[in-house]
Design a protein around this ligand. Structure first.
Ligand code: ADP
Ligand code: MG
Length: 241
């Protein structure tokens, strides 16, 4: 479903460049639940933004469902995102003056679905998240965990194939983090591919595959706790030696 080969990404820093991703090779199959780990600044968000077609890369190839994603216009990228991708963010990114139902319904508004219909569907998704009684509440009236569940409902409403979440539990206490991870696991069991960024080991341990970035490269891939890709590990050992 996702296939990256030798992907490089640099940011311009005045007259110099900051080389953030230094040759990423990565395959993610349909239905996987993957976490991307690594220290702050290791390129996790940069990688996630490229996978989510929110940002471009400089070198290499990215195929999504067999389609080469490269130098796309913003319009093409937006269309692909609307068709098959969902997003969840650390800071929830809810619209503060819209209630929970309206926030969840927003992607359908952009698809031109009329208000009555989109609100009805939004209520169904809020119900799935156990938030029906909160439909008419503003984000400011809700807890962090509730806000993240609203954001998850919003990401689901356009029936994405893949959901990307950048530190989805980063702003939550640990009990609430595990609740949110439970929800994400349920969503994954329904067949949606999930790719999250986290720097918390216990959160990553709730996913099937852990990809650890180190200095812009994949240092190791663990699958169900086992070292999956000996090649990356070996390369890393050579680098350390
Ligand atoms: P992480 O999510 O692992 O903390 P990021 O992918 O956000 O790391 O960032 C990797 C590096 O790239 C950091 O040094 C960061 O400061 C830099 N960076 C990220 N986004 C930009 C940008 N838009 N312009 C310039 N530098 C950036
Ligand atoms: Mg980040």
């Amino acid at each position: 479903m996702i296939s990256l080969s030798n992907v490089h990404k640099s940011y311009a820093m005045g007259s110099s460049k900051l080389h953030v991703l230094k040759g990423i090779d990565l395959h993610i199959a349909h239905g996987e639940f993957v976490s991307i780990m690594g220290s702050s600044g290791s390129g996790k968000s940069t990688l996630l933004n490229i996978l989510g077609i929110l940002d471009n890369y400089d070198e290499g190839t990215y195929h999504l469902n067999g389609k080469l994603i490269k130098n796309m216009s913003e319009k093409q990228a937006a269309q692909l995102r609307n068709e098959m991708l969902g997003f969840v963010f650390q800071s929830f990114n809810l619209i503060s003056f819209k209630n929970a139902m309206e926030n969840v319904a927003l992607p359908l508004y952009y698809q031109g679905v009329n208000r009555k219909k989109r609100n009805k569907i939004a209520l169904e998704y809020l119900d799935k998240m156990g938030l029906l009684p909160w439909a008419n509440h503003l984000p400011s009236e809700m807890s962090g965990g509730q806000k993240q569940r609203v954001a998850i409902a919003r990401s689901l409403i356009s029936k994405p194939k893949i959901i990307f979440a950048d530190e989805p539990t980063g702003a939550l206490d640990s009990a609430t983090s595990f609740e949110v991870m439970d929800i994400l696991q349920d969503i994954n069991k329904e067949g949606i591919t999930l790719i999250i960024v986290t720097h918390e080991h216990d959160i990553a341990a709730m996913t099937q595959k852990i990809i650890r970035l180190h200095d812009g490269k994949i240092a190791e891939i663990l699958e169900n706790g086992e070292l999956k890709d000996w090649k990356h590990q070996y390369k890393r050992e050579l680098e350390i030696a």
